[in-house]
Design a protein around this ligand. Structure first.
Ligand code: GRF
Length: 242
């Protein structure tokens, strides 16, 4: 039964470029009632993206918009916005979408576009994050969900998973452990957005109408990094997570 206190589920378009495992987990969570969003379409800039078939199986519309067929980044982003806008989405989720976006595109969806990045931002924006964390001798790594702003991987941070680095970790083993934490934190952040708990105001994350000064942390399946009443509410989303 739907909760009358909750806003309508935001119509959600998910952008992917490859495997799409985050997209898959988000859609499954939404379909199982564990994430308050309504995923309507998956769009890929790579026509062969593996995740598209999975999205189709889950009943989503899929769209392929090959960026190599456009002369400029601006033209591609304009065409992409047209495809997205046809779905009238309230939320755009970037899930392994490997494109740098133009300022105009980002501005169009300001405050309603989320990304996940496999590092403890502001550490290691860009690529090869796992190897960079190993090379730096870090003892901790993780992933971050943030609102998207014009500077790559620099928007306001919502939630971060923390993953200890083991002495025998390779980039691949570390990537896999981080990925396993990406699914729950992306589902949580999308759920919080869908419930209207989290938003972006004046370039900052607002959580329950208060500015969030540092991201919520997720470690060993638990949330921390906020005061007790706030965590109690956030844990309502966490309870049914797998
Ligand atoms: C994830 O590690 C995500 O953090 C990064 O790209 C990867 C996408 O994986 N942005 P998938 O396509 O969701 O499986």
């Amino acid at each position: 039964m739907s909760d009358p206190a909750l806003p309508n589920k935001p119509r959600t378009v998910i952008l992917i470029s490859g495997r799409g495992s985050n997209m898959l987990r988000l859609v499954q969570a939404a379909q199982e009632g564990r994430c308050h969003i309504d995923p309507v379409a998956a769009i890929s800039n790579r026509p062969q993206a593996q995740g598209l078939a999975a999205a189709e199986k889950l009943g989503l519309d899929t769209q392929r918009l090959d960026h190599t067929q456009f002369d400029s980044r601006e033209q591609f982003d304009d065409a992409l916005a047209e495809v997205i806008d046809a779905y009238q989405p309230d939320l755009i989720i970037l899930a392994g979408f490997m494109r740098i976006l133009t300022e105009a595109f980002v501005a169009r969806y300001e405050g309603r576009m989320l990304n996940i990045h496999p590092s403890l931002l502001p550490l290691y924006p860009g690529l090869n994050t796992h190897q960079r964390a190993l090379d730096a001798g870090d003892t901790e790594h993780g992933a971050t969900v943030h609102f998207v702003t014009a500077t790559l991987d620099s928007g306001p941070l919502i939630v971060q998973s923390e993953v200890p680095i083991e002495s025998n970790d390779s980039s691949d083993t570390l990537a896999q452990r981080v990925l396993d934490t990406e699914y729950p934190i992306y589902t949580l952040a999308a759920d919080w957005f869908g419930r209207g708990w989290v938003s972006m105001q004046a370039g900052k994350v607002t959580l329950f109408e208060q500015t969030l000064l540092s991201p919520i942390k997720y470690r060993n399946g638990q949330l921390y990094g906020a005061d007790a009443p706030c965590l109690e509410k956030l844990n309502l989303s966490l309870a049914p997570q797998s």
